[in-house]
Design a protein around this ligand. Structure first.
Ligand code: CA
Length: 226
């Protein structure tokens, strides 16, 4: 059964989402503040987390950052829920490792579609299965691990998928639109800044191997070993 953790302090909204998830065959778990959300995430290790940005005590951004720092919870996909339509929130959300975001008010139907899309991405990564090397970089798509010169690097599901897309077509230039379609799916067509934000974060995490990802100005990216 697919478990979805709902971290939301608006009780009515949390229950409405839980009710609809249950109807679709998911197992919802509710946490009403940031700290209990974090604890539930560690205990339950859900398949996906719906994380409200404005929470009492610990804000959603902090919850997200903390989850992404721990090996046990780093690969759990996160959809952020935000009341603000502000662009800044979205960028910050992606920077701390969220896989997607939804602006309130949202329709349950739209939320269910996003959940399905995010879970599909996660599933695809897990079923790919082989090892790719580029310089000091090793990607094991079976075990879903990445290492740089033997040191493991913890990536989010989205970062991993993006890295895999680049590595699988080593030396070939890929447009941002292509990467967006491959990694995020059709629902995100057009918002190419999402790709740039994730590439920046990926490069930082890869450290010495970050240079393997080359920017092709005004077009996209490629991975190259020399
Ligand atoms: Ca809230």
């Amino acid at each position: 059964m697919t478990t979805v953790l709902i971290v939301e302090d608006e009780q009515d909204l949390a229950e409405l989402v839980a009710f609809n998830l249950e109807k679709e065959g998911y197992l919802p778990v509710i946490a009403n503040d940031g700290v209990s959300g974090l604890n539930q995430a560690r205990d339950v290790v859900p398949d996906l987390i719906l994380l409200d940005l404005m929470l009492p005590g610990m804000p959603g951004i902090e919850v997200c950052k903390t989850l992404k720092m721990s090996e046990k919870t780093a690969s759990i996909p996160i959809i952020m829920l935000t009341a603000k339509a502000d662009e800044i929130d979205r960028v910050v959300g992606f920077e701390v490792g969220a896989d997607d975001y939804m602006t309130k008010p949202f329709s349950t139907r739209e939320l269910l579609l996003r959940i399905k899309a995010v879970l599909r991405r996660t599933g695809e990564v897990e079923s790919a299965g082989r090892t790719i090397t580029a310089g000091d970089l090793t990607i094991d798509s079976d075990r879903h691990t990445v290492s740089v010169a033997g040191e493991e690097v913890i990536l989010t599901t989205t970062e991993f998928k993006l890295l895999l897309s680049l590595a699988e077509r080593l030396g070939r230039v890929q447009s941002r639109e292509r990467l967006l379609k491959d990694v995020w799916g059709m629902s995100h067509m057009g918002d190419t800044r999402t790709v740039d934000t994730h590439i920046t974060r990926l490069r930082t995490k890869l450290g010495a191997c970050g240079d393997l990802i080359k920017t092709i100005r005004g077009f996209g990216y490629k991975m190259e070993t020399e």
